[in-house]
Design a protein around this ligand. Structure first.
Ligand code: ZN
Ligand code: ZN
Ligand code: ZN
Length: 145
């Protein structure tokens, strides 16, 4: 956890931003709930437990900043709510999602399954992939009859 916070701190510093205590509290919540896909409001409520003085606007601005710096990804799973998703440390590209249309759960595939496609795109279209999104909608194993 410490190492990841340090890394994010460096990412911010490289762009001329400081990891203020409010920003750190927000990053901490994102790291502690890494497998979830929290909305700004969810993050705010969790940050507030540790730092009651913090406002929703501050949390929101921090999330937007982290998004600009590619620390988090901003997602919309079709319910109209923007959700923030921490990018994995070790992979260059965004992970994939399995979105259950029954229970609304969102599971993650951490491996990059698109590498073979990326190679084809490079070869056949001369296109260098920077990033991608791949979300699947369906019925999860918990909801399958
Ligand atoms: Zn995710
Ligand atoms: Zn990829
Ligand atoms: Zn389900």
């Amino acid at each position: 956890m410490e190492a990841r916070i340090d890394k994010i701190k460096q990412q911010l510093q490289a762009q001329g931003y400081k990891l203020t205590p409010q920003r750190e509290a927000t990053v901490f919540v994102l790291l502690a709930n890494e497998d979830d896909h929290l909305s700004a409001e969810d993050v705010f409520l969790l940050v507030k437990e540790k730092a009651p003085e913090i406002g929703l606007a501050t949390v929101y601005r921090t999330l937007e900043l982290l998004h600009e710096l590619h620390v988090v990804e901003k997602l919309n799973f079709g319910d109209g709510v923007a959700r923030y998703d921490l990018r994995a440390d070790n992979s260059k590209h965004h992970h994939h999602h399995l979105i259950c249309t029954e229970c609304g759960s969102v599971d993650e595939i951490k491996e990059d399954w698109l590498l073979p496609l990326e190679e084809r795109l490079e070869k056949e279209y001369g296109f260098a992939v920077d990033d991608h999104r791949l979300d699947f909608q369906g019925i999860c194993h918990r909801c399958k009859p």
